[in-house]
Design a protein around this ligand. Structure first.
Ligand code: ARG
Length: 563
């Protein structure tokens, strides 16, 4: 079988452009073979508590199970977690504050030992040890901690976290400080995958992790390769999510991006796991070739590219100054700066990704004219209303590379109405922690405008918008995503209501109201919903872009000889 792979005649068309977006290409349950993956960079961590890369979260689905998990489903159902290690979704009581899960019977680690509720509690406790295990999401901490007596994580005390109880080996009860209607989503994040205390080596755990999923690490040579083999103790009958088709998975790490594309298209690798998408050279090649084009997908990544406007930096304290920027934006120029409609993204005048229920297709509070090149009269009227009829000087923060191109396009746009922008480049590596993400850096450089992007850590309205606009989520010490420091009680109240509300239609209504308020404040200038161009080889089965992650769901894939 493996001999014929990669030698398929180039004349055989693939399933079609975008065929793996919203549906599955080559559905199959044929087992066996080796899935050959490739990436330019190494995993951020194999410790499930220490990873944040989306593609590593998808890889984690092969290695680890969680109480809840996103189903193998290319449609809207893919956004809603289903029971994985748990027998059912969380049972909610105490007005949304108590969530109870029961583990399935007979689930085991790759060393044959049983998975217990205490192992899930241990995983949750590890999230609190940010001094030892930084890198992963921390949504659980404020929900489960006692502000009066902060829990320091399992390495500094033997006392367990009081808000999580394990009345027996299969039952786990979470007592939240406040209702959190998205809790099932947090139970699907890799950081909650079970970790047995006896195997936990703290900061080094990623070097020899236990696994609860269908595969385990056979060999990891950092920067070179990662090989997975079957976990002999994983039981298909207990796992409603994972088809687990290949016998082996071999990831080649560290191939330069252009060479990677060439070897992928030549069939030497099956799929690019990293999901950056094809680079310029390969993009031109596949789009010009009908056969290769039929093997590509062009999904939204679910990242929003936007410009943040800071009311605490003059003259942006005046909403009219902010609105002037919105009206003056040349959307076509900005989309081109982003990479155009295929590898840049879809233009948007609102915030929510289209797949979320609260998405409002017609929301366009600052229309930029029929040609989308900017409404300069409206922009000048806003400047006059701000008492700045001749425009003003301001600084736009960005980083070198792709973000720089967007900053230049913003400057070119607003120069037409007399807004003179200076571009300030901040360090790339620390951009989100200490640059754009640090309120002091914003003040130090007077960054009235900031170029940035954002993708949700879980696919709900709260997951997408709350970190950007919730006044209680301003992070003074860095890693801040509410860059404009919006703290509007009406917004905050609606967010709290949504966390108490379980009815999806009512929640969508509440979030629609939040989105309109945020747009009224004009603190976020939305540009595009990012898109990427992915290549799938025709012998790979069960290929689809997972709606919760915006990348291929690698755990679903198999390989067969071409027919
Ligand atoms: N929210 C982070 C950002 O926008 C990470 C998003 C992607 N990672 C993830 N695991 N969802 O940069």
């Amino acid at each position: 079988m493996s001999m014929s792979r990669g030698t398929e005649p180039r004349t055989t068309a693939g399933a079609g452009w975008n065929a793996a977006v919203g549906s599955t290409v080559n559905p199959s349950d044929v087992r066996g073979g080796t899935l050959r993956l490739v990436s330019s960079a190494d995993v951020d961590s194999l410790d499930p508590a220490r990873t944040y890369y989306v593609w590593v979260w998808l890889l984690q689905r092969m290695l680890n199970r969680t109480l809840m998990a996103y189903p193998t489903d290319p449609g809207p159902a893919g956004l809603i977690p289903v029971p994985d290690l748990a027998e059912g979704p969380g049972r909610v009581s105490d007005g949304g504050r108590t969530w109870t899960y029961r583990l399935r019977a007979g689930v085991r680690y790759d060393d044959g030992t049983p998975i217990t509720s205490d192992d899930i509690r241990h995983a949750v406790q590890r999230v609190f040890a940010q001094d030892v295990l930084p890198g992963g999401p921390t949504y659980l901490v404020p929900l489960l901690d006692d502000a009066g007596r902060p829990y320091p994580g399992p390495y500094r005390t033997d006392e367990p976290l009081g808000s999580v109880r394990t009345p027996d080996e299969r039952t786990i009860v979470f007592h939240l400080r406040r209702p959190f209607s998205d809790f099932d989503h947090l139970m699907a994040q890799p950081c909650t995958a079970p970790v047995p205390r006896r195997a936990d080596t703290g900061a080094d755990y990623g070097e020899n992790p236990r696994s609860s999923g269908p595969y385990r690490v056979a060999l990891h040579r950092p920067g070179r390769f990662l090989h997975l083999e079957r976990n002999p103790y994983w039981d298909r009958a207990t796992d409603p999510v994972r088809p687990a088709l290949p016998d082996r998975v071999e990831l080649t790490i560290g191939v330069d991006v252009d060479e990677l594309d060439e070897r992928l298209i030549a069939g030497e690798f099956d799929i690019n796991l990293e999901g950056r998408g094809l680079q310029h050279a390969a993009q031109d090649r596949v789009t010009a070739d009908g056969v290769l084009r039929s093997r590509t997908d062009n999904p939204r990544t679910s990242f929003l590219h936007f410009v943040s406007l800071q009311p605490h930096i003059p003259p942006f304290g005046d909403v009219h100054a902010r609105r002037a920027v919105h009206y003056a934006a040349d959307k076509i120029l900005l989309q081109q700066a982003r990479g155009g409609p295929v590898t840049g993204g879809d233009l948007t005048t609102a915030l929510f990704p289209p797949r979320l229920p609260a998405h409002q297709p017609g929301l366009d509070p600052y229309p930029t004219g029929p040609d989308l090149r900017g409404d300069l009269d409206a922009a000048r009227a806003e400047l006059a209303a701000a008492g700045l009829p001749d425009g003003f000087d301001a600084v736009i923060g960005t980083q070198r590379g792709k973000f720089r191109l967007v900053a230049d396009a913003v400057a070119e746009s607003v120069a037409r109405v007399g807004i003179r922008l200076t571009v300030k480049e901040l360090d790339v590596a620390s951009y989100f922690s200490l640059g754009a993400g640090h309120p002091e850096t914003i003040r130090e450089h007077g960054l009235g405008l900031i170029v940035t992007d954002w993708g949700a850590d879980f696919p709900t309205e709260y997951g997408f918008l709350a970190p950007l606009v919730d006044g209680r989520q301003i992070k003074r010490n860095g890693g801040n995503w509410n860059i404009s420091e919006l703290d509007d009680p009406r917004v905050n109240d609606l967010i709290d209501q949504s966390l108490h509300t379980t009815d999806p239609a009512e929640r969508a209504r509440q979030w629609g109201a939040v989105e309109r308020l945020v747009m009224e404040h004009a603190v976020i200038l939305p540009l595009v919903h990012d898109k990427t161009l992915h290549f799938r080889n025709p012998w790979v089965t069960n290929v689809y872009v997972h709606p919760a992650f915006g990348l291929y769901d690698v755990q679903a894939m198999g390989v067969v000889a071409p027919v």
